[in-house]
Design a protein around this ligand. Structure first.
Ligand code: GAL
Length: 669
């Protein structure tokens, strides 16, 4: 278990380093991540390397009991390199070449950059291979974290895309057939003819677009792995990780995470997650589920955040709350971004633990307290995370919808978040998985808008349901094959056997009539006796369903399909499949989720008021409950049996009173 901070000694005079280390130690910190943007200091001129400043910083920190994680500095290739090789700059979709003066300005496929990368990574790894104070490496920094999301359209990427396609399809006739290039006279007779999906006079072939998104994701993974290989060979015995960005959609994090020892992510609840505790929870759950093991938060918000424009300051208690929320969801180390707020550069307003003046204040005090709390929870870091519910999120589906959103209002991630949020509010532990994950350990899989399917996914879902699982699918599921081509069979095509209903027709809020047309298409009325009677809304899309073996759980009210089924239930083997033909409002999703959990016998360990999150961990087979109050008011939680708060050692018999942003970690006694 590490608790630390992202530290930039290169930003401060050497005389200050010792004082920083002393303050870190006094706050209970035992780790720093350093150097991920310091290429210009490591190699001030081509071929002349200088790690002496970093050696000194590492040594001073080590004398204060602080270990180091080193970032490879490739997110910021220095001026001398970019001046010499301007072909390294990333080119955006519109053809604009990136330029110097910011970061993440390089293309992932350019060979000359790979050779400079190899050199600097090898030098760094050789230099630190035998330094015991360096415990691991972070490769680069936040792949894809820039305006273009890392999508490069340069000549090198163009050629690499054609080679990627050749490796995938082997023959042009297979590619032509898979993409349906007979449409608009697009048959290719040479690999060199295949374009990138540049902006054009009319839409591109969606199969080409999906393959480009897959290719560019693979290109970043390949670039990462080039570094991983060097680090492992030259500096064995140290871990290798990368800092991800939660729900970031453009790189397949499951594949990216494969060669890493563990994954890390950067958590800014008041910035990128818009202060939505469920969105933060979902990002944590996604990160943990990638490798199904503890992860790190490599950058945890520690002050008001924002680059040129700043957001609101965290309220007292929130820094500690976010730390403990991360631990609850499976993080076993927390690194705060950043130690001291910088006086220059693009992030002068991205506040760290210390303010600009370097004097410890209330944020320092709060992090010191969080460090003390973490020490009390050490034994829980590798404890089990029992989740019987999974929400499925597919990168391929994200990209297929990016190529063709289908409805102006369809937002795949928002749909997923709506279901996640409902389940999370019902206090069950959730994994956020990709379709490639194992399904056996779950009782419920919620897979909204599973737009693309392949035989493997369909067969494994069938097996999961037949064995007694509950599967929820929703509109636009099973529409296309893996190459983004609509199935020939009546929808939901290969999922029809599971759903037990067919889709006779559909309508969308295309908004072609008027951009202000209402997003709501109809109402949805629950009709099943086991469901609470409720009338909600149907928006974005409505499937018009014919029941086969399924029965109706809810029916549409209004529009030309008035009275037809909107939500269906089909028994299949020992399990059941729920199909939701539309985008439901939040209350409807919550009611439906409650019923699903009840029918699967899944019970929350505690009921809580709104804004109080419960996460269950298992230690020595016994439940340990994190109770997190995200409200700015006090909250009362009833507890069924006597419990002890591990953080305060206080005992509770029937009721727990939590201050604003306070946390209890309960052991049931
Ligand atoms: C992260 C990034 C850090 C820093 C931080 C605040 O996305 O990894 O280097 O920029 O945001 O902007």
């Amino acid at each position: 278990m590490y608790i630390g901070s992202d530290y930039y000694p290169e930003h401060w005079p050497r005389e200050r380093w010792r004082e920083d280390a002393r303050l870190m130690q006094a706050a209970g910190l035992n780790l720093v991540r350093m150097a991920e943007f310091a290429w210009d200091r490591m190699e001030p001129e081509e071929g002349s390397f200088d790690f002496s400043w970093l050696d000194e910083a590492i040594q001073i920190l080590a004398e204060h009991g602080i270990k180091t994680v080193l970032g490879t500095p490739t997110a910021t290739p220095p001026a001398w390199l970019m001046h010499k090789h301007p072909e390294i700059y990333l080119v955006n979709r519109e053809g604009r070449r990136a330029s110097f003066g910011s970061r993440r300005h390089y293309c992932p496929t350019i060979e000359v950059y790979h050779s400079y990368t190899r050199k600097i990574v090898r030098k760094l790894a050789e230099h630190y291979a035998s330094n015991e104070n360096v415990i691991g490496y972070q490769v680069d920094n936040e792949f894809g974290g820039s305006r273009t999301r890392g999508r490069c359209y340069c000549n090198s990427c163009h050629r690499a895309f054609q080679q990627w396609l050749e490796a995938k399809y082997r023959t042009l006739s297979r590619l032509n057939e898979s993409w349906g290039t007979a449409f608009w006279s697009q048959t290719y007779s040479a690999w060199e003819q295949i374009p990138l999906p540049w902006p054009n006079e009319a839409p591109a072939n969606p199969s080409l677009e999906l393959d480009y998104y897959r290719f560019i994701s693979d290109a970043w993974i390949k670039y990462q792995n080039l570094q991983v290989e060097i680090l492992r060979n030259v500096s064995p015995g140290k871990f290798v990780t990368h800092n991800l960005m939660g729900l970031f959609p453009s790189i397949d994090y499951r594949k990216l995470g494969e060669p890493l020892d563990f994954v890390a992510w950067d958590n800014y609840p008041r910035f990128s997650q818009h202060l939505d505790p469920a969105a933060v929870a979902m990002a944590h759950d996604l990160t943990r589920s990638l490798k199904n093991r503890p992860f790190w938060v490599m950058e945890q918000q520690s002050g008001p955040a924002g680059q040129n424009v700043m957001g609101t300051a965290p309220s007292p208690g929130e820094l500690r709350l976010w730390t403990l929320q991360s631990i609850a969801h499976g993080a076993d180390s927390i690194v705060y971004f950043r130690w001291r707020t910088c006086r220059w550069g693009a992030e002068q307003y991205w506040h760290g633990i210390l303010p600009h003046d370097g004097k410890p204040g209330h944020r320092y005090a709060e992090i010191k307290r969080a460090a003390q709390d973490m020490a009390k929870l050490k034994h829980l870091m590798c404890s089990a995370y029992p989740a019987q519910v999974a929400v499925m999120r597919s990168y391929d589906v994200l990209w297929a919808f990016e190529a063709q959103p289908t409805s102006a209002d369809l937002d795949y991630d928002q749909e997923l978040k709506s279901y996640y949020r409902a389940l999370h509010s019902l206090n069950v532990n959730i994994d956020v998985i990709t379709p490639e994950a194992e399904y056996d350990k779950y009782k419920v899989i919620v897979a909204p808008s599973l737009y693309l399917t392949n035989d493997d996914i369909v067969q494994r879902l069938e097996k999961f349901v037949a064995a007694g699982g509950t599967l929820l699918l929703s509109f636009r599921s099973g529409v296309k094959d893996w190459e983004n081509v609509v199935h020939e069979e009546t929808l939901p095509a290969h999922l029809a056997g599971l759903v037990g209903a067919s889709i006779a027709d559909y309508t969308s809020t295309g908004r072609f009539e008027s951009p202000n047309a209402p997003a709501q298409l109809a109402e949805v009325e629950f009709v099943h006796p086991e469901l609470t009677s409720y009338r909600g809304t149907a928006s974005v899309w409505c499937d018009i369903l014919n029941l086969e073996s399924a029965e109706a759980l809810a029916r549409y009210h209004g529009n030309f399909f008035n009275g037809t089924p909107a939500i269906t239930l089909n028994k299949h083997g020992n399990g059941s499949v729920i199909y939701v033909g539309t985008s439901l409002n939040d209350v409807a999703i919550r009611e439906l989720s409650k019923w699903i959990l009840r029918t699967q016998g899944l019970q929350a360990p505690l009921g809580t008021p709104t804004g109080v999150e419960i996460i269950e961990r298992r230690y020595n087979e016994k439940p340990v409950l994190f109770v997190l109050n995200h409200n700015s008011e006090r909250a009362t939680v009833s507890i069924p049996t006597a419990a002890r708060d591990i953080l305060t050692d206080q005992r509770y018999n029937d009721e727990l009173l939590l201050d604003p942003f306070d946390v209890a970690v309960l052991e049931l006694v």
